[in-house]
Design a protein around this ligand. Structure first.
Ligand SMILES: C[S@@+](CC[C@H](N)C(=O)[O-])C[C@H]1O[C@@H](n2cnc3c(N)ncnc32)[C@H](O)[C@@H]1O
Length: 210
């Protein structure tokens, strides 16, 4: 179950050739600095700007999205560039994790899933990340303009992801405002977390992510 009106998002995906563009999110673009290869799970993959970037870097990527149109576009863009990616149409809260990934990412999606499943889903994401693996999450915070408008969505406290990942090495943590140009110009209050599963033989080396 999701709050998101899947009909509406599908219409948007149908109307526009590429809703979110094909340039990767700037934090996703930094993943290859911290991990060189492996398996990636992209939750809320959309049209695949992040997934396809990581495929091009040599990662083996599976993308999940509740919208069939989004996944069709992901596969279409992949085919056009002769890239290999797996696309699954599914509510991500129903995804049955049966193995661990090197990287799990979810960009601008987790605040859209069933409110009562968000924290449980983040716990699953963590427990299905390999030792030394990476999680990258971006979510809307309670400062976002939508917080009052959409009481059924899960807007995060600014420190919430940091708390949830306090047993991991935090490589990047930032609350910021992003100007959006899709539709009417507007801005979102976003929190980004990049964290590394310390695994069994942790060290505290520092990473310089911009
Ligand atoms: C704002 S878009 C971001 C897409 C992509 N992550 C990107 O950065 O370009 C959010 C995506 O999450 C998907 N989504 C929303 N709720 C979902 C759910 N419960 N399960 C899977 N996908 C979901 C939407 O269909 C949409 O494609």
């Amino acid at each position: 179950m999701t709050f998101l009106d899947t009909q509406k998002i599908s219409e948007k995906y149908k109307k526009q050739d590429c809703l979110w563009g094909l340039k990767p999110n700037k934090y996703v673009a930094q993943i290859p600095k911290t991990i060189k290869s492996g398996t990636v799970l992209d939750l809320g993959v959309g049209e695949g700007r992040n997934a396809l970037f990581l495929v091009k870097q040599g990662f083996e990527v599976t993308g999940i999205d509740i919208s069939k149109e989004a996944v069709n576009k992901l596969l279409k863009f992949a085919k056009k560039e002769n890239l290999d990616v797996k696309g699954i149409v599914l509510d991500l809260v129903d995804f049955e994790f049966n193995h661990k990934y090197d990287v799990i990412l979810s960009v601008a999606t987790l605040h859209l899933v069933s409110k009562d499943k968000v924290i449980e889903t983040i716990r699953k994401i963590k427990s299905h990340t390999k030792d030394k693996g990476i999680n990258l999450l971006t979510v809307f915070t309670k400062k976002d303009i939508g917080y009052k408008e959409y009481p059924n969505l899960y807007f995060f406290n600014e420190n919430e992801l940091k708390e949830l990942y306090k047993d991991w090495q935090i490589l990047k943590y930032k609350n910021y405002i992003k100007e959006e140009t899709h539709g009417e110009p507007h801005e979102h209050h976003i929190c980004v977390l990049i964290a590394k599963n310390r695994g069994h033989s942790s060290n505290n080396s520092l990473y310089n992510l911009d």
